[in-house]
Design a protein around this ligand. Structure first.
Ligand SMILES: Cc1ncc(COP(=O)(O)O)c(C=O)c1O
Length: 398
């Protein structure tokens, strides 16, 4: 039996947060109480109308493949949703239903980036992006970002880093792990530059619904720019509280539709049928009312945790505008973040993600706190953090 493993696998790192979650769950099984602030997954149930739609579809025997690009009715419903939320008319033919944003990202990168071309992305940023690039034998140009640029790329940064072999830039807005939005003017300038270079701007808008600065019907989206360089990536996972259903969508320029159809046909044939029928109920008034309650609850949690963490010498220069993360500088705790996260888990029973999951730039000075657990747990978590911090202060002053 051959023990050879493909060369590219050496570059592909595990998604550390999943490892941390595994350790936390193991401790829980041993009877320890753990407050989970590591997981990037809403703790809310999928709204009832979505579940009911799935049950109806199952009862009606909807268990076969759908077209690879997704159910036409769902593509229409998503176009209507963008019309309502972003005042933009999108041809449903440009909407491609995918197996989560994960498949959307991989297919979009696979269809646009040739081996050895490169993609500009942020450090810190969503870790899977780097590994997807390794998987398609592409290069990455990680650009360090700080609070000075709202933890986002600017058009000037993209221009400064663009090389002859650069094919695209990839951003997320709101971003993981910082929760910051990209400035619309920067986005427009970036898209115009990239379009002139015949490249692509991939905008991961998976957290677009979880924006605490605007109302449901008036959220920013890269789609409003109607720039042909833009590929916009979406998901039912986060705002719609459907992580386990594995469903997302892409909005792509017309010339990519057939290319992505080929990839979907070959990679997974079609997205989950039952999830697609369920998602048809995702845009109804009752569902949206529930989801807006979820969003308001998340906003309250953000405000609570943002204030409390700063009282514990954890610095967060900008109040995050979306998603459900706080990316805090823990330098004043005088210990590398990877060590702190291990000690927090084992000594204090609090699971948080160390910065090195998101890149290398100042990563040992940062921890990501996800407020994907209820207020009672967050309060308990803060009490444990306070206690740990007091001990830590005594420890480092010894
Ligand atoms: C920025 C970002 N993009 C994409 C994903 C993938 O999400 P999914 O495949 O569940 O849609 C995640 C998940 O955490 C994320 O944070």
């Amino acid at each position: 039996m051959s023990s050879a493993i493909a060369e590219r696998m050496a570059k592909i790192a595990p998604f550390q947060v999943m490892q941390l979650l595994g350790d936390a769950l193991q401790l829980q099984q041993q009877g320890r109480s753990i407050i989970h602030m590591e997981v990037g997954e809403p703790d809310f149930p999928t709204p009832a109308p979505i579940i009911a739609a799935a049950q109806r579809a199952l009862a009606a025997g909807q268990t076969r493949y759908t077209p690879s690009l997704g159910l036409p009715a769902l593509r229409e419903a998503i176009a209507k949703y963008h019309r309502h939320c972003h005042q933009v008319n999108i041809d449903p033919n440009r909407i491609i239903i995918t197996a989560g944003a994960s498949a959307g990202l991989l297919m979009a990168l696979g269809a646009t980036i040739s081996p050895h071309e490169s993609v500009i992305l942020t450090d810190p940023g969503y870790p899977c992006n780097r590994n997807m690039l390794h998987f398609i034998n592409a290069q990455l140009q990680a650009v360090p970002v700080t609070a000075a640029s709202r933890y986002q790329l600017t058009a000037a940064m993209v221009k400064a880093h663009w090389q002859p072999h650069t094919r695209a830039a990839l951003i997320a807005s709101p971003a993981n792990p910082t929760g910051m939005l990209i400035d619309p003017q920067e986005l427009a300038a970036m898209a115009a530059f990239i379009n002139a270079k015949n490249g692509y701007l991939l905008v991961d808008e998976i957290y677009a619904g979880l924006n605490y600065t605007s109302t449901a019907a008036n959220r920013n989206s890269a789609l409003t720019l109607e720039n042909p360089a833009i590929i916009s990536i979406h998901s039912f996972s986060k705002y719609f509280a459907m992580t386990g259903w594995r469903l997302g969508w892409l909005v792509v320029p017309p010339h990519l539709v057939n290319e992505l159809d080929k990839l979907a046909q070959n990679l997974y044939l079609a997205p989950s049928t039952i999830a697609q029928y369920a998602a048809l109920a995702a845009f109804g008034d009752e569902t949206i009312a529930t989801l807006e309650n979820y969003r308001h609850a998340l906003k309250r949690r953000r405000d609570y945790l943002y204030d409390e963490l700063q009282l514990l010498d954890l610095d967060i220069p900008l109040r995050p505008e979306g998603a459900f993360y706080l990316y805090a500088n823990c330098k004043r705790w005088h210990e590398p973040a990877s060590q702190i996260s291990q000690r927090l888990l084992h000594e204090a029973g609090v699971a948080v993600t160390p910065g090195h999951d998101f890149g290398t730039f100042q990563s040992e000075d940062h921890l990501r706190f996800a407020y994907t657990t209820d207020m009672e747990n967050l309060r308990q978590g803060v009490t444990r953090l306070r206690h740990f911090h007091q001990q830590q202060r005594r420890r480092v002053s010894l």
